[in-house]
Design a protein around this ligand. Structure first.
Ligand code: DQA
Length: 145
């Protein structure tokens, strides 16, 4: 398995088409190649995945146990609803970085609470696609300590 697991939640497969005024014009494929290049420059390997299904995300988090050094996660809408993803992430004793393209705190109230945040070493929000690159840089420092 790769060093870093990058997980993306529901509707992020629609990036580029989905509310570009909020989420930007890059597709998820664009973000994946941005992450692959960034990781290469930092001498890290990544596995980049997306699912619209909560249980699939939970299973990927479980299967990664003992095989990876860090998790970067944009759980999308599940950020605000999923105790199951929170519990799965809690299995790990490795750095977790939460990423959001937009800043949920400046949006509707139902986006203000995050089930991921209490487990996250860092939260990067409102930085668009470059937030993923920043997350990889921070992760490099986290896992080099
Ligand atoms: C998001 C913010 C969430 O509130 C939303 O449900 C998403 C995307 C973001 O990247 O800004 O799907 O996680």
């Amino acid at each position: 398995m790769a060093d870093i697991l990058i997980l993306n939640g529901p509707n992020l497969n629609m990036l580029g088409v989905r509310e570009p005024e909020i989420y930007g014009s890059e597709s998820l494929e664009d973000i994946k190649s941005r992450c692959t290049k960034k990781a290469q420059s930092l001498a890290m390997t990544i596995e980049f995945k997306q699912s619209n299904h909560e249980g699939e995300l939970v299973e990927w988090i479980q299967k990664a146990l003992g095989h990876i050094k860090g998790i970067i996660i944009n759980a999308a809408a599940y950020t605000h609803t999923s105790v199951a993803i929170h519990d799965a992430l809690k299995l790990h004793n490795i750095p977790i970085i939460e990423v959001h393209l937009s800043d949920p705190m400046t949006r509707e109230e139902f986006r203000h609470f995050s089930y991921i945040e209490p487990l996250a070493a860092h939260v990067i929000k409102g930085r668009g696609a470059s937030g993923y690159s920043e997350a990889l840089e921070i992760m490099k420092n986290e896992i080099s300590q």
